[in-house]
Write a protein that binds this ligand. Structure first.
Ligand code: HEC
Length: 90
């Protein structure tokens, strides 16, 4: 699938984010179709980003949010933005 992210639509860029999503695949599926974690594919990028920021700063809480807060702790906002754009385009 061609991914157009803020004008970055080169296959190289797509591969790069695909490599990063290996981090998330085990729980959210290869294309964000869901698994242990909720389905991310097709959610609004803004909503995904605000969820991720919420896990990072502790304002989003769910029954299993500890899984996510440890996940995003080491990631920068720019990384979270990339994930949000990727999954919203799936
Ligand atoms: C160890 C399993 C696991 C991994 C790895 C993981 N997640 Fe999650 N994720 C979850 C679970 C479980 C939830 C629901 C947590 C809760 O109770 O709030 C969740 C929730 C989310 C949500 C909120 C979705 C919603 O609709 O509320 C987003 C966005 C998300 N994850 C993105 C990611 C991204 C991006 C990665 C990779 C950087 C990732 N997750 C890696 C298990 C995981």
């Amino acid at each position: 699938m061609l991914i157009i992210v803020n004008g970055y639509n080169s296959p190289l860029y797509a591969q790069d984010i695909k490599e990063k999503t290996v981090l998330c695949q085990g729980c959210h599926g290869v294309s964000g179709e869901g698994g242990i974690g909720p389905k991310l594919a097709g959610q609004e990028a803004d909503k995904i980003l605000s969820d991720l920021m919420g896990y990072k700063n502790g304002t989003k809480k769910g029954p299993q949010s500890s899984l996510m807060s440890s996940m995003v702790a080491a990631l920068k906002e720019e990384d979270l933005q990339e994930f949000a754009t990727f999954y919203s385009g799936q």
